[in-house]
Design a protein around this ligand. Structure first.
Ligand code: ADP
Ligand code: ADP
Length: 225
């Protein structure tokens, strides 16, 4: 199980006449950086939610490196950055990032400190703020730091940068590439920007409604860690 293997995945929402996913097949070898693109409503978010174990398929199988989605999630090996991240309103930024675990006071083998993570997303100054004191882009960055904190085997991101200004976006893109290159993280990244897909990923998966239309390798000479 050194890959993600999705077979004949079907998922319908109650009251909807057309399934959101209709017999989708997808294979992603470990350590790939896959971008998912396709028209609005073609099932990209639904696929991420199934991979994250947030919703179960109606039919089909999902194998994530030999585990099911829920098992991988329980092992804290899945990081999800949803389109609209939910932060704990009563917890500081620092606590929101530290909460899923896997962070230490001091940097150690295989862990980051909260301060390093916050610095990486440009939020060192906001460590003691509460979510309601932050802009939408800042909240998004907290969610990204929280997902990075897990050092997940599988990192799922749903248009994580689209609400950010250009400078923040560029710095987080670089940080994401760094995470991907330094660690054995497999990334599935939903974006509506073909340019972003090509710039970041090594594989672009183009979706048609409910299925994978085609898988296109991105042939860029980029170093890998
Ligand atoms: P994408 O992320 O590509 O825009 P989605 O996965 O969000 O696509 O949606 C796929 C289809 O499922 C769309 O037709 C959408 O309207 C429908 N859908 C998504 N979420 C729900 C929901 N919670 N209830 C009913 N239908 C939904
Ligand atoms: P748990 O041990 O809590 O059931 P799992 O991740 O093993 O956690 O399974 C969670 C749910 O996902 C179960 O309902 C199971 O039927 C489903 N499931 C597990 N593995 C797969 C798989 N490879 N393909 C499709 N569904 C799966």
């Amino acid at each position: 199980g050194d890959r993600i293997e999705v077979r004949a995945l079907t998922k319908s929402y109650p009251g909807s006449d057309r399934p959101a996913l209709a017999g989708l097949d997808l294979e992603v070898p470990r350590r790939r950086f896959v971008s998912l693109i396709g028209p609005s409503g073609c099932g990209k978010s639904t696929l991420l939610r199934v991979l994250a174990g947030l919703t179960s398929p109606d039919e089909g199988t999902v194998d994530l490196f030999g585990s099911g989605p829920r098992a991988l999630c329980r092992a804290k090996a899945v990081g999800l950055v949803p389109q609209t991240p939910a932060l704990l309103p009563w917890a500081t930024v620092r606590r929101n990032v530290a909460l899923p675990g896997r962070v230490n006071r001091r940097a150690g083998r295989g862990t980051d400190t909260v301060d390093e993570l916050l610095e990486g997303v440009g939020l060192a100054h906001a460590a003691r703020s509460y979510p309601h004191q932050l802009s939408g882009g800042m909240r998004q960055r907290v969610a990204i730091a929280r997902a990075f904190a897990l050092r997940p085997e599988l990192l799922l991101m749903d248009e994580p940068f689209s609400a950010l200004d250009e400078f923040t976006r560029e710095s987080l893109q670089l940080q994401l590439l760094d995470l991907w290159q330094q660690r054995s993280t497999t990334v599935v990244f939903v974006t509506h920007s073909v340019q972003e897909a090509v710039a970041l990923s090594d594989t672009v998966v183009v979706m048609a409604p409910g299925k994978v239309h085609r898988t296109v390798p991105v042939d860029l000479p980029r170093p890998r860690g």
